[in-house]
Design a protein around this ligand. Structure first.
Ligand code: FMN
Length: 164
């Protein structure tokens, strides 16, 4: 347990985890993301924060579409693949089933709960932050009737593939 009260409060909220994927040209990328939330009701808008250090950042800021895969409690191995390795060194998509969605964005077959989105804005303010905010609109949504989310507490053991 962290001695830092900010860290304790934020981790105590036990965020649900998602995998964000993107494609640009010949390049695919994706990473595990805990920083994400709905940010408008009407129209529906969503925000995800991507670390500037991540391989996914270089692809996501060029991509027209991002796919947000909502993980379930059965998805620890997938979380480890996308959160514990970097596309700088490995092809995370080798050995997992996926298909290209709108604009070629990779859709992970094992994650049926997903939101395919179109990128609307990048917010890099203040510029000394280590993550950029990507604001997106949903264009295709698939939702199972009910699911138990994979939460931060379930993936504490995963060492991020990149420092923030
Ligand atoms: C629990 C957990 C939460 C994470 N949350 C985020 C996040 O919100 N945004 C982000 O960009 N990276 C996040 N990461 C880090 C990336 O998933 C990780 O560094 C990944 O290996 C980067 O892969 P890439 O270099 O192929 O993009 C998180 C990692 C873990 C283990």
């Amino acid at each position: 347990v962290s001695s830092d009260p900010f860290d304790r409060l934020v981790t105590g909220m036990d965020t649900a985890m998602v995998i964000v994927t993107a494609n640009h040209g010949e390049e695919r990328s994706g990473c595990l993301v805990g920083f994400h939330t709905q940010c408008s009701i009407d129209p529906k808008r969503y925000a995800v924060w991507i670390s500037k250090a991540n391989h996914t950042h270089g692809v996501a800021v060029r991509a027209e579409h991002l796919a947000l895969h909502v993980l379930t409690s059965a998805d620890h191995a997938l979380a480890e693949r996308f959160g514990g390795q970097t596309g700088d060194e490995v092809d995370k998509f080798a050995g997992v089933e996926w298909e290209p969605g709108p604009g070629g964005v990779p859709l992970l077959t094992d994650c049926p709960n997903r939101v395919v989105t179109r990128r609307l804005a990048l917010v890099d303010e203040p510029p000394d932050c280590d993550h950029v905010c990507v604001i997106v609109e949903p264009v295709e949504v698939v939702a199972a009737s009910s699911f138990a989310p994979l939460r931060f507490d379930d993936v504490r053991d995963i060492e991020p593939g990149h420092d923030a």
